[in-house]
Ligand binder design. Structure first.
Ligand code: MN3
Length: 207
């Protein structure tokens, strides 16, 4: 398979004032593109690693092929992250299924917000904050991963993510990760995308 850079699902300036066009020009066109380019190089000669991006990430993790894992997982994470963002996103008015799941599994929206922000804040260094669904219990959990880590290598289906690498927020928020994460939750989350993932349920990866 060949990794390809997806287009952003919105215009570069669609999230102004919360996230600038300049951030997307660097984050998508430079950072994400580099993971795609380097992922293709790392995948060369290794077709047995799989023919879907998810399978490649799983197999690279199993075989501890870090150059392939890091680039393929970062390609997956960023492709997913773009879909988690929406103009006029965020807010406390959630679609029905995700609202019910958050109430049942996490104790309500306020608990979700506090725990998600805390996970993003306490991820030391580069990484990701996640809302994920445990594939066995079907319950939502808040998790964090370092560097390129992704919950699906650990039996959890990603439902929502916030990129907390400094390149995600330094242009717009400088070092203020808390302000960035709170603005992500309050004004940028694509809850319709999240809802579609809750409806789909646990992901199945043919490795
Ligand atoms: Mn990033």
């Amino acid at each position: 398979m060949t990794f390809t850079l997806p287009d952003l699902p919105f215009a570069y300036d669609a999230l102004v004032p919360h996230m600038s066009a300049e951030t997307f020009e660097f984050h998508h066109d430079k950072h994400h593109n580099a993971y795609v380019t380097n992922g293709n190089k790392a995948f060369e000669g290794l077709p047995h690693m799989g023919d879907t991006l998810e399978a490649v990430v799983m197999n690279a993790a199993k075989e501890n092929n870090m150059p392939l894992f890091n680039n393929a997982a970062q390609h997956w994470n960023h492709s997913f992250f773009w879909n988690c963002l929406a103009p006029n996103g965020g807010g406390t008015s959630l679609p029905g299924n995700i609202q019910s799941k958050i109430d049942e599994d996490l104790g309500g929206y306020d608990e979700f917000r506090a725990k998600f922000v805390e996970a993003c804040m306490t991820q030391f260094g580069s990484g990701w904050g996640w809302l994920a669904m445990d594939n066995n219990s079907g319950k939502l959990e808040i998790v964090k991963t370092g560097n390129a880590g992704v919950p699906f290598t650990d039996g959890k289906t990603p439902i929502l993510t916030c990129d907390v690498w400094e390149h995600a927020y330094y242009i717009d928020y400088r070092n203020a990760r808390p302000k960035y994460v709170e603005t992500f939750v309050d004004s940028m989350i694509n809850w319709e995308f999240v809802e579609s993932l809750v409806e789909k349920g646990p992901m199945k990866i043919a490795a």
